[in-house]
Design a protein around this ligand. Structure first.
Ligand SMILES: [Zn+2]
Length: 272
């Protein structure tokens, strides 16, 4: 059952596709000893569980999906495939989705962009505009570094439905794109605004809440760690100062939280 939240008049459902289980070295150059004060973010056997979270947001009669999981793939510590069942529990069908916004084109965010039908891949959300930043589209259309896995099969299937959406673009009333580069060149998050409430969906701008306490730690997936950390600092400051809610694709618990401060450090406190 998808977790439901209200941000003012916006209805938000957190959908989960599955998770990746990775070891404690996921944070570049960080030793298990350095993890000791932060063990609450690790499993009992010192691993990190990263759920693949997507969001369905209803704004008036518009329905927007933000990120679409890994898709029905298992292996190497990665397990996906549950998102469409979670979506069904909301009562919204794939054909009713107006916009699919993807924060960045890593394989664990575009997996359900298209679905296999015999020999062909068809868009999973047939009436949706598929949107991400122009910089992201350009990067993934070019020659890639060898460690980057591109879902070119999915990109090809959704290409006729693609419309760029850069920072500042409104996807629907109260649902706006915010540029958050660094994890990938065109990575972007979303801010939800209604009445006096704001909530940030950070994509992979911050991989794990531990990074709010240890702002120098970078996940192995960050393509430009220095830029990613500058982006993180800017959004964390904005969330903290604005008393906004925030969550990210791989934060635990399928919930929002607040960015608070204690002993001079920021930390993420899940709500409810
Ligand atoms: Zn990711």
């Amino acid at each position: 059952m998808a977790n439901r939240f209200n941000i003012g008049d916006l209805e938000v459902y957190a959908l989960v596709d599955g998770k990746a289980t990775v070891d404690d070295r996921y944070m570049n150059g960080v030793t298990l000893e350095q993890w000791q004060p932060h063990k609450r973010w690790l499993t009992h056997d010192d691993r990190l569980e990263l759920p693949f979270t997507s969001f369905l947001v209803r704004s008036g009669d518009k329905r927007v999906i933000i990120d679409c999981g890994l898709g029905p793939i298992k292996g190497g510590g990665y397990e996906g495939g549950a998102m469409m069942d979670d979506l069904a529990t909301t009562g919204v069908t794939p054909a009713e989705i107006d916009v699919v916004f993807v924060t960045h084109l890593h394989a664990d965010h575009v997996g359900w962009g298209a679905t296999r039908d015999g020999d062909v891949l068809r868009v999973t959300f047939p009436n949706a505009a598929y949107r991400w930043t122009a910089a992201e589209q350009e990067f993934w259309s070019g020659d890639l570094p060898p460690q980057q896995i591109a879902r070119r099969d999915i990109f090809a299937a959704v290409a006729p439905h693609f419309e760029p959406a850069d920072g500042g673009t409104s996807l629907a009333p109260g649902i706006d794109v915010v540029a958050m580069p660094g994890h990938t060149p065109g990575h972007a998050g979303v801010v939800l605004s209604s009445g006096d409430q704001r909530a940030f969906l950070l994509g992979d701008a911050i991989a794990c809440p531990v990074q709010l306490e240890e702002p120098e730690w970078s996940g192995v997936g960050d393509m430009d760690p220095a830029l990613a950390r500058r982006t993180q600092e800017a959004v964390a400051k904005e969330i903290e100062e604005g008393n906004a809610l925030a969550t990210a694709s791989h934060f635990p618990g399928l919930t929002f939280g607040r960015v608070l401060r204690g002993e001079g450090k920021r930390y993420w406190q899940p709500v409810g």
